[in-house]
Design a protein around this ligand. Structure first.
Ligand code: GLC
Length: 737
């Protein structure tokens, strides 16, 4: 191949044609030679990850604290989490490279969940864009900033499917749907890892597995699901991330049907290694090996070390079980040294792939740190993502806002909040960098008289502030109420037994509604909320999630119509908490709900329908769907079907519709969901414009885990449903012969 072609290929790769990492054997002989030199203590040390310090001060420190340096020099640490900063990571790396016996580079991990310092919208918000390209772009930019601060590896993407919004960690993932979650998992991995250069970081797919299925929506709680549900619902996003080239996985805290993931040979070896052929390494969650004692699955920490290493858990985050017991376990022949060597091999392989052996200091550039962190490019990226994540849930015509107002009342506990928009896992995000909604409105309407009344806090129950808020509303032409949750009411260990708006915010909105003034409600929350009262009282409802530092700018750009919202819900919004789990892809049951038949599946005190269904969202324009047409009415397994549906913009503004295609397998050897998302595409249409949107379906889309636990398709009738959300669809049927 001549040099010109090689150059073109390199340029394409460098241009971010995100190559998905493909493993090969180029490093194996080097790894063999290193392992041969390692003592058992050094092998255990390579599998040991410690947190650097506990608090993350306002600035990164460059001195190396405590006895970390000594442990690194003695080869007792292979990785740190939470050590950040070009200076600090260089200092630690220098110890490994100059003082340790084998000069194996450290790998630095950090939770870059939605940004390092430039805080992007929370992951659930980004997924609401239904745009894998923008989600990949977001991860790419987050990686660029994180890599500039010495970070090699992020503990993201979190790909746990979740159908219970009581579970606080739903905010970190992609919501309730396996197909959407799989698409977004792959996008994030490609965004973070890119071409594995010094502006990219290794991804870590977590939490393996089914962490989002915790009973009662309570974090760390028991998970008891069938292998079929595990394989059908929870595993596919992990496989999609692996296929996208993810270099690492993280196991979950929970058990599945009696076996904690940290010690699950089925998950960590049978599925991940033998079935999926994963070549990277698995890190535990924080002390999750040690927690197997609480689970009643390990007798003590030595037992935990034995169980984890033999199950295939490679790196031990903070339980310190491996450095304490692996040497003894091997010497007493309770653990084969081959198991330890295989884990060390995987860790060294990732360090080679990341280029850390070639250049241990490739991420330690003070100049890049100063140029990239919170740069204008980063802030512009955060704004672009935030604008695409905001969902319009109701609009009776009050939006988009007019060009001018004399008097605007901005009300509520989130309206001028500096910290709330950062959400959870905000890391080095600085509330001083946040543009509040009030600031956004004032900047957009400099001539308007804008009155701000907080009225209540998120949680207090006093209505003492209502009068002032109501008076401000009475005096105004427009009322914007910004309500929701605190940024840390979701995230880790942040579950809620109720998904109502906290405090007396519903009552505040009701009081504002009584003034009869145009009322726009903007929501900030990290989960689905039960919004019946808000929907009843507001003229418009805008779901902004936790938008990150560009909050007020992004929200105002949507409210004014500078951005025509095109985001769609990645989770079902039930009417009341008691409907949970409420997800669109449910089973039909033997007595599907019929409000006119008492003896069917339903409730006495509410109907079973959600308030806002999965995939729902409005635009400032309107879209109309024509008749769905199929290229064939019946197909053989080797055939494809083309589904065509004309979509028109019947409104006055240009807009983007997210056209969604669902399938239902009408009869199977096991029961099948009433619908499953199988395709979606965003279509931009000018006023009056129509497009024939086409999807191609093949046999792969019809497969499921059948009665014999084989992933296969079965002949019979299939229903095709197409629409702008999971509820309002048109359908056609075809037969698989
Ligand atoms: C936490 C979380 C995990 C995170 C890890 C390191 O407990 O469960 O998601 O990556 O510890 O901070």
């Amino acid at each position: 191949m001549n040099n010109k072609i090689v150059l073109i290929i390199l340029l394409l790769a460098a241009a971010g044609m995100q190559a998905q990492y493909k493993y090969d054997n180029r490093y194996e002989s080097k790894i063999d030679s290193i392992i041969k030199l390692m003592t058992l203590e050094e092998k255990a040390g390579q599998l040991n990850q410690l947190a650097y310090g506990w608090g993350w001060g306002p600035t990164v420190k460059s001195e190396v604290k405590g006895d970390y340096a000594k442990m690194v020099a003695e080869g007792k640490i292979g990785s740190f989490l939470n050590a950040v900063g070009a200076d600090l990571t260089r200092d630690l790396q220098k110890v490994a490279m100059e003082k340790s016996r084998l000069h194996i580079p450290l790998i630095f991990g950090f939770d870059v969940i939605h940004g390092f310092k430039t805080t992007f919208p929370v992951p659930l918000a980004e997924v609401a864009s239904w745009d894998p390209a923008i989600v990949e772009y977001s991860a790419k930019m987050q990686a660029k900033e994180a890599a500039a601060t010495g970070i090699h590896w992020t503990f993201a993407p979190m790909v746990d499917i979740a159908r219970d919004s009581r579970w606080g960690r739903i905010v970190e993932g992609a919501g309730e749907d396996t197909y959407l979650g799989s698409i977004m998992a792959a996008a994030r991995v490609k965004g973070f890892q890119g071409t594995l250069g010094n502006e990219n970081i290794a991804a870590c797919v977590k939490h393996f597995a089914a962490y989002g299925a915790a009973e009662g929506g309570r974090d760390y709680n028991t998970v008891d699901i069938s292998e079929r549900v595990l394989r059908e619902t929870y595993l596919p996003p992990f496989k999609a991330a692996l296929d996208a080239g993810a270099l690492t996985f993280m196991c979950s805290f929970n058990e599945i049907a009696g076996v904690p993931s940290s010690g699950s040979k089925f998950l960590l070896s049978d599925v991940l290694r033998n079935e999926w052929q994963f070549k990277g390494f698995v890190v535990s969650d924080w002390n999750s090996p040690g927690e197997m004692i609480n689970h009643g699955f390990a007798a003590d920490l030595k037992d935990a070390a034995r169980i984890s290493i033999t199950a295939g858990l490679d790196m031990d985050m903070e339980s310190r079980a491996y450095t304490a017991y692996l040497k003894e376990l091997v010497e007493k022949k309770q653990v084969p040294v081959a198991d330890v060597d295989e884990s060390v091999r995987r860790v060294l392989r990732v360090k080679f792939i990341l280029g850390l052996f070639d250049d241990p200091y490739k991420y330690c550039s003070k100049e890049r740190e100063q140029n990239f962190v919170m740069s204008k490019e980063m802030q512009d990226a955060a704004l672009k993502v935030a604008e695409q994540s905001i969902v319009l849930l109701k609009n009776n015509g009050v939006l988009p806002l007019k060009d001018a107002y004399k008097k605007i009342a901005v009300v509520g506990p989130c309206a001028n909040a500096k910290k709330i928009p950062l959400g959870s896992w905000e890391q080095y995000g600085d509330s001083n960098d946040v543009v509040t909604v009030l600031e956004g409105i004032k900047k957009t309407y400099p001539k308007a008289d804008v009155t701000f009344v907080q009225a209540v806090t998120i949680t207090d129950t006093t209505k003492a502030g209502f009068d002032e808020a109501v008076q401000a509303a009475k005096d105004a032409e427009l009322v914007i109420a910004v309500v929701g949750e605190d940024g840390h009411m979701s995230g880790e260990a942040s579950c809620r037994a109720s998904i109502d708006l906290p405090g007396v915010q519903n009552e505040l909105v009701e009081a504002l509604q009584k003034t009869g003034k145009p009322l726009v409600v903007v929501l900030m929350n990290g989960r689905a909320l039960a919004l019946g009262a808000i929907d009843k009282n507001a003229d418009a409802v805008v779901e902004a999630w936790f938008p990150g530092i560009t909050c007020g700018t992004a929200i105002t750009n949507v409210l004014t119509g500078k951005i025509n919202p095109s985001a769609r819900l990645p989770i079902t919004f039930p009417k009341v908490t008691g409907q949970i789990p409420s997800h669109y892809n449910h089973k039909n049951t033997g007595r599907p709900n019929d409000p006119n038949n008492h003896y069917t599946s339903g409730y006495l005190d509410t109907d079973i329908n959600p308030l806002y269904p999965f995939g729902y969202g409005l635009s400032y324009t309107a879209f109309k769907y024509g008749t769905v047409k199929l290229s064939k009415q019946s197909i053989k397994a080797t055939d494809k079907i083309t589904v065509t549906v004309p979509v028109s913009n019947t409104g006055k503004l240009e807009g983007t519709e997210t056209v969604q295609l669902y399938l239902r397998d009408m009869v199977g050897s096991v029961t099948r969901p009433v619908k499953e998302l199988k395709r979606f595409v965003k279509v931009n249409l000018k006023p009056g414009e129509s497009k024939d949107v086409q999807f191609t379906i093949n046999e792969e889309d019809l497969k499921f885990w059948d009665i014999n636990m084989h992933f296969s398709s079965e002949p019979g009738e299939f229903r095709v449903m197409v629409g702008g959300n999971s509820r309002d669809v048109q359908q056609e049927t075809f037969t698989l012969e």
